[in-house]
Design a binder for this molecule. Structure first.
Ligand code: MN
Length: 296
């Protein structure tokens, strides 16, 4: 072991002793100072004025993007819509506060291990149903971890997801697929540190009906900006994959013809968290889905 590695191991050990948090108790306020209510109110006011500002430059590559009257809404693929900074600063802060309270419970954040033995490069907790990374199925208890019951999805979180979906539907009705409505009953909360990643995959583990009908996925980004790669098929060889930068407050919706979009979280941009946000450095991602559409 090199000197550098030894020094790092020593620092990690010292830190662990100082702060006896284990990885199953990931505290989103770890190392943060108290919330600044004035800064948060000012950010809310800025966000409201930004809503009528000039066009936000599209940053996805490889796609001819349709542009709409509202510069904060961008369509990438049929049934895939990005709502730029849709969540207000105070809405984002409340989600972080809620996630911290839930995350410290026995049903809170943990670091999943794949069947291969590899650790996921993120911390996760699930509401409504538990996503078992080993069986790749949803369960009512945390079957691959501590068997604790799954936390419920709150009415407040559900309402924010439905509000987002309504905005996305107004832009592109295809996001809802063949469903009449979508009321999420599952939320997967992922927290990525600066080196966090999530490889190319398709969200395909909800009910067969949800996938067949194209029931949408609603994804909230909070904290550090991140690069999201997406393509309508598994890329071949060195095929280029378009990416978009997701910022704090952005909502991405994909459903209908884009429900099986192949996607990845390819990088987190360090030190890009909003100054008014009280959260540990990193990216918090809330992903809402409906396991079983009401139509089925
Ligand atoms: Mn996914």
């Amino acid at each position: 072991m090199s000197m550098a590695m030894t020094a790092k191991a020593e620092r990690v050990r010292a830190k662990a002793q100082q702060h006896p948090l284990n990885e199953h108790e990931l505290d989103l306020f770890f190392g943060t100072s108290a919330i600044d209510a004035t800064a948060l109110a000012a950010a809310d006011a800025d966000a409201r004025s930004l809503a009528s500002s000039s066009l936000v430059a599209p940053d996805a590559v490889g796609f001819q993007q349709a542009q709409y009257d509202d510069p904060h809404m961008i369509q990438f693929l049929p049934g895939m819509v990005l709502l730029r900074r849709f969540l207000s600063p105070s809405e984002q802060q409340r989600l972080v506060d809620d996630a911290q309270a839930l995350g410290l419970s026995p049903s809170g954040f943990y670091k999943p291990t794949y069947a291969s033995g590899a650790k996921c490069r993120l911390h996760q907790m699930c509401l409504g149903k538990h996503w078992n990374v080993i069986t790749e199925q949803y369960d009512s208890v945390r079957s691959n971890h501590n068997s604790a019951p799954v936390l419920p999805l709150s009415a407040h979180w559900r309402a924010l997801a439905v509000k987002s979906l309504d905005a996305a539907r107004a832009l592109d009705p295809r996001v809802i697929g063949q469903c009449r409505a979508m009321t999420p009953d599952i939320c997967v909360v992922n927290y990525y540190k600066k080196a966090g990643r999530n490889g190319m995959h398709v969200d395909k583990d909800e009910s067969a009906e949800a996938l067949t009908l194209g029931s949408p996925v609603v994804s909230f980004s909070i904290g550090a900006a991140a690069e999201f790669a997406f393509i309508d098929h598994y890329p071949q060889g060195s095929e280029a994959v378009p990416v978009v930068r997701l910022e704090s407050g952005d909502v991405l919706v994909f459903g209908g013809p884009s429900r099986r979009v192949v996607h990845a979280l390819t990088r987190v941009f360090p030190n890009t968290e909003p100054s008014w946000l009280r959260m540990r450095a990193g990216r918090l991602n809330l992903t809402f889905r409906e396991y079983q559409p009401v139509e089925a």
